[in-house]
Write a protein that binds this ligand. Structure first.
Ligand code: ADP
Length: 895
């Protein structure tokens, strides 16, 4: 089994540690970015999302010097006749507008200035007392008088004032200067601006005060400043920054919040003047042609710019609605960054990557929602940028770390797999595999030296690395311990890992790490992983090399063997053969192309007929043994069939010399026996003739002659026994169905005289209707004779002899001859059936015999496919058994 890959999620303690590290990193990073005011653009732009449209203003109407007016009166409003403005002011005064504030600089004098001045005088004198506000503009260098932390108004070197006498007549002269943030957006309005000794209000503040009907002379009493708080009215306070700027609000995108009417339309009487009643009327340029006096406002949709007069309108509206915005305090920004960075990092490290993303999205949405609630209730502009990063960065870092871990894990897995594959590709050469393992180990860990040890059966292979490092000696003790314990052993800088396959040790990897490095941690895990993965490949290689060794051994034995060995395919073609076979057969039939065994043998001298016989034998698909004669040489051919592999194993033994000897022996025995037979017959004939002449010979002579005749008879028995044994072995006599009980009866009849002579009690129990035996009657008869003869011979006078003949199984007939004779010791029983063996006891010493009888019985019975054995006890008696197979239905009569 492959080891379960380590999860990308570690233990919870490791998680908390990682969460803390990520939180700390993100916090430090963000605080640096925040304090350096980097990415201010993005931060400011992000706050624009707070501005959503509110309801239309009821306090302000804008009279626009729009494209229509420009078309009618000329492209440059400063050069329009001042009487036009006088007419407008008159109309607005009639409409009882509360304030008319011009966002237009009347800095250059004109001939009809007096007409406008007169109108101003008139409406200021009227009952409705419409207030008139005119702008001034700071020019020249803007001076930041105040240092950081101090509160002091901005100051300009010069001021552009309206011409006399206008400047003296209006209720307020106020600065129209605005201040854009780094993103070009206008958010802040000045409160006071200084020029020389004179401090004037901003346009918006002045218009608001005019709207409240506070005369400019009363301003120093009404407005009280307390550092960063400007008390406008008892209910209105403005929070100022150190330059006296305050943050205005926006209530909609350009052109949506305030009613805007064309100045030309007003002058032409196209507008119902009731629109201006009790309103602040701002007069300014709103032209779509040219980019004059247009700025980006936070509430601008899709980059649409807002006219300066409209921005002023929003500022005045901010004051009227008491909707001044406040920037979030530095402290609360820092706190939020720290809390969110740490908090979110701690949450993320416990989650899977997709949950991290989901969680960061949820947290972002929650935070933005909270910030916009705070904006609409407390008018506070919460910094979205840094806290947003505090929620997102930990996800990115945490996922990044996970990905790195995962990539490293994959790399390791890949490396290990590569290692496994290469181990299996080393063509099972264990020395190559060890070399490969050494290289892998050195890739995993920085080792000073190491040793890979492999056990192959009773042999060991050791590979030391680097070459000649004597590492086996240095690491001997630790790898012995790993070998004994079958587990990894770590000791200081040494490490030993066992390679186990199915709980069996097949090798050990031991290493000494370099320098001060300690064993353990990742490298041990990886090495263990490696050991586990290469184990199967290694085991295969070990097995394979063992098999190869065995095969080589067998091949050497077979090839160097003097006997001729060959393996035949199922079609009897010689597929492999040893050296002896090649020289003996293949080489001699060099011109021959078929390698079928019988054809090959015929080719080198086997006669056609024997070749056919051989073919038939093979066709029976059973192992057999046969002598084959090739020219003047005789071979003993043994075949074995391997049915599963469908192969034949053939062994051919040259027995020419042996068979020559055997033939010689047979000839000599025959010669000797036949040569002895006739002289013996003559000897015995004359001997018995002499015995008949009892009167002419003395008692002593008769006794000697008797001895001679007995010896002669013994000789004759030996000669006959030898001959019949020889005949049995060398001559193949045809078998025939033989009625066994008839044969046994005949043998019994022949022995009756001997039995009677020894006054023995004989009984025969012969079953009727016995099946036929497939055999050779003479040989069978001889065998039964030998057995019954022995029973009579080796049973003293008056003893009992019982003969039983019966069918003991459907396949066989059994003959038992039991006697109450001298019996045979168990030691003697073992050699009983060997040629010329006779038991020598006191009782049997005088009994004549050759020791050939039982060996003949054994040969005959086995030639008939039967078996013979004895059960006997000394001085109790013996029983000899013979079991013979019966003729089966349809069995061929010949053998
Ligand atoms: P032999 O010609 O000596 O009888 P056998 O081969 O027939 O040779 O018997 C071998 C030996 O086995 C005999 O010498 C005899 O000692 C022993 N033997 C054979 N049959 C019997 C028997 N029925 N009872 C006791 N001993 C026997």
């Amino acid at each position: 089994m492959l080891p379960v890959p380590q999860s990308t999620k570690g233990s919870s303690r490791a998680n908390i540690k990682q969460g803390f590290q990520i939180g700390l990193f993100v916090t430090v990073l963000l605080l640096l970015v925040w304090s350096a005011n980097l990415f201010a653009n993005i931060r400011l732009n992000l706050s624009n999302i707070y501005f959503v449209s509110a309801e239309t203003s009821e306090h302000i109407v804008i009279v626009a010097l729009d494209d229509a007016s420009l078309g009618v009166y000329g492209r440059s409003p400063s050069q329009w006749p001042r009487s036009l403005y006088g007419d407008l002011l008159e109309l607005l005064g009639d409409a009882e507008a509360r304030v008319v504030a011009f966002d237009l600089l009347f800095a250059e004098s004109s001939e009809d200035d007096e007409i406008l001045a007169e109108t101003i005088r008139q409406i200021r004198a009227s009952d409705t007392r419409t207030r008139v506000v005119m702008p001034v503009a700071g020019a020249g260098d803007l001076q930041m008088i105040a240092g950081e932390g101090d509160t002091a108004p901005l100051a300009f070197a010069n001021v552009l004032l309206p011409v006399e006498p206008l400047a003296e007549l209006v209720d307020y002269l106020a600065y129209v200067n605005t201040f854009a943030d780094v993103d070009g957006t206008i958010r802040r309005q000045p409160s006071f601006i200084q020029s020389g000794d004179l401090t004037r209000l901003s346009f918006s503040l002045a218009t608001y005060l005019a709207y409240l009907r506070i005369p400019s002379a009363a301003v120093p009493q009404v407005l009280t400043s307390d550092g960063d708080v400007l008390q406008v009215t008892p209910e209105r306070t403005l929070h100022l920054d150190y330059n006296g700027l305050w943050v205005q609000n926006y209530f909609g995108s350009p052109g949506t919040t305030f009613p805007i009417v064309s100045m030309q339309a007003v002058l032409d009487g196209e507008i119902d003047l009731a629109l201006f009643n009790d309103k602040i009327v701002l007069v300014g340029l709103i032209s779509n042609q040219g980019a004059t006096d247009r700025y980006i406002a936070p509430s601008s949709d899709s980059g649409q710019q807002m006219a300066g007069v409209e921005i002023q309108a929003h500022a005045i509206e901010t004051l009227i609605r008491d909707a001044q915005l406040r920037e979030q305090s530095a402290l609360s920004q820092i706190v939020i960054i720290v809390v969110l960075a740490f908090g979110s990092a701690m949450v993320y490290v416990h989650l899977r990557w997709y949950w991290k993303l989901a969680a960061s999205l949820c947290l972002l949405m929650l935070f933005f929602a909270a910030a916009s609630i705070s904006f609409s209730i407390r008018h506070e502009i919460v910094n979205l940028f840094h806290p947003g990063l505090a929620l997102v960065l930990p996800v990115i870092i945490s996922n990044g770390l996970d990905i790195t871990v995962e990539i490293r894990r994959r790399q390791n897995t890949e490396f290990l797999l590569e290692s496994v594959v290469s181990v299996s590709n080393q063509q099972m050469a264990t020395d190559m595999i060890l070399k490969r393992i050494a290289a892998d180990v050195q890739r995993i860990a920085t080792v000073e030296m190491g040793v890979a040890w492999l056990s192959e059966g009773d042999r060991e292979t050791i590979y030391e690395f680097p070459d000649g490092s004597q590492s086996a000696q240095t690491l001997r003790s630790i790898y012995n311990r790993a070998q004994a314990a079958k587990t990894s052993i770590i000791e200081d800088t040494q490490l030993a890992i066992p390679i186990l396959w199915q709980q069996r040790l097949i090798g050990v990897i031991a290493v000494q790490l370099t320098g001060r490095q300690r064993a353990g941690g990742k490298s041990i895990l990886l090495l263990e992983d490696l050991a586990q993965r290469i184990a199967p490949g290694l085991e295969n290689a070990v097995l394979y090399s063992e098999v190869r060794r065995q095969r080589e051994l067998l091949e050497v034995i077979l090839y160097t063997s003097p006997t001729c060995n060959a393996i035949l395919d199922n079609d009897y073609t010689v597929s492999r053969a040893n050296e002896a076979f090649h020289t003996q057969f293949v080489a001699k039939a060099a011109s021959f192309d078929s390698m079928q065994l019988f054809d090959l043998l015929v080719e080198i001298g086997l006669d056609e007929e024997s070749g056919e016989e051989l073919k038939e034998q093979f066709a029976k698909q059973q192992a057999f043994q046969k002598q084959v004669i090739l020219g003047n040489r005789t071979f003993d051919l043994h075949t074995t069939r391997l049915p599963v592999l469908e192969l034949w194993i053939v062994v051919l033994n040259d027995i020419t010399a042996l068979s020559e000897l055997s033939r010689l022996k047979t000839r000599m025995i025959r010669m000797a026996s036949h040569g002895l037979r006739n002289p013996l017959a003559t000897l015995l004939g004359y001997g018995s003739l002499l015995q008949h002449d009892k009167n002419e010979l003395s008692e002593k002579q008769l006794k000697y002659i008797g001895n001679m005749i007995r010896a002669g008879k013994t000789m004759r028995t030996i000669v006959e026994d030898v001959l019949s044994l020889e005949q049995l072995r060398s001559v193949e006599v045809p078998f025939e169905p033989t009625p066994i009980e008839q044969l046994v009866h005949e043998v019994i009849d022949r022995h009756r005289p001997d039995i009677a002579m020894k006054r023995q009690n004989f009984s025969a129990e012969i079953a009727g209707d016995l099946p036929l035996i497939h055999g050779q009657p003479t040989q069978l008869s001889q065998s039964v004779t030998n057995l019954l003869g022995n029973a009579v011979k080796y049973t003293p006078e008056g003893g009992n002899i019982t003969l039983r003949l019966y069918q003991n199984s459907p396949e066989s007939i059994r003959l038992e001859i039991e006697d109450t004779g001298y019996g045979i010791s168990s030691v003697a029983q073992k050699k009983l059936f060997t040629e010329f063996y006779r038991v020598k006891t006191k009782e049997t010493a005088e009994i004549p015999g050759t020791g050939l009888g039982l060996s003949l019985v054994k040969s005959v019975v086995e030639a008939h496919g039967g078996s013979t054995w004895v059960e006997s006890e000394e001085n109790v008696g013996s029983t000899f058994f013979v079991e013979l197979p019966v003729v089966k239905d349809g069995e061929n009569n010949d053998k």
